[in-house]
Design a protein around this ligand. Sequence first.
Ligand code: NAP
Length: 315
Amino acid sequence: MSAPQIENVVIVGTGCAGLTAAIYTGRANLSPLVIEGSLPGGQLTTTSEVENFPGFPEGVDGFMLMQNLRKQAEKFGTRYESGTVVSLDTSNWPHALKLTDREIKAKVVIVATGASPRMTGIPGEKELYGGKGVTTCATCDGAFYRNMDVAVIGGGDSAAEEALFLTRFAKKVYLVHRRDTLRASKIMADRATSHPKIECVWDSVPLTVEGVGEGSVSGLKIKNVKTNAESVLPVKGIFVAIGHVPNTAPFKEAVDTDDQGYFVPLVGSQVKTKTPGVYVAGDCADHHYRQAITAAGMGCQAAIEAERWLAEHGG
Ligand code: NAP
């Protein structure tokens, strides 16, 4: 049996962090291999307009931005393979990445696995997720709710953005938030709260997604946490936008995590970890900034660290 191929750099994840790391390690002639998971391009592919990525005064479509990053990385020799990483074994070097169907040896691993949408866990949510009325992506599914009433759950920038996007299609958008002020940035909060199609439902938590029996959403039962009054919003679509959970589980042996599961880099670095030759970048290691541009910056840092480390350790 032939020995497994040994890669210089394997990057896990294809969001802004992973693809920026690929551009930099590609330009350093390291021929990086990028492992693409279930959402190639990451979270930005599910956003509409990105207004705050430097260099695009008119904004840029999230999907286009990621397509361009992918092409840019490819131009410098990046290779892509689909796969799901289940664990990273760093007991020997080169490190061993175990995927569901194969193993890849890598001198350096850059983990840029991002974060997945957090769900509320209320009854009915799981049963009606997908094409049945509960979703986490207005850009993907908003057009199905033309002239219907919908609810967005959450109070951050994502919730405000989803609610505003949905006003293009929906008759009315309820923005259901558990407090009485939005966490979203002022500009987004002002746009959402002043929009004539958006009704903010303050101090309210979701209780149940109604409609399991019928096979599609017929309403969202909520409770006002100040009055304890319960009511049902008669909506056909529910957009959950309550933040994200970092995708770090397969790497917990090699990289420390905090109580929320985010990677904890070494003190004094954003991207170095306790395991030599393993770096982290992007939303999986950042619960503070979580921006496309900060993820790209971390991808760049991880790539430069990787390049230097390889030069010293037999790259
Ligand atoms: P986030 O800022 O963490 O906001 C999550 C929201 O969901 C909060 O309002 C939170 O309520 C609420 N929430 C959390 N758990 C809940 C639960 N179990 N039930 C009900 N409500 C719950 O997450 P995000 O909005 O996804 O934003 C993440 C990051 O991306 C932020 O840094 C944001 O600025 C950035 N972002 C930027 C843009 C943009 O600039 N265009 C767009 C999207 C995201 P509390 O407020 O009470 O905690």
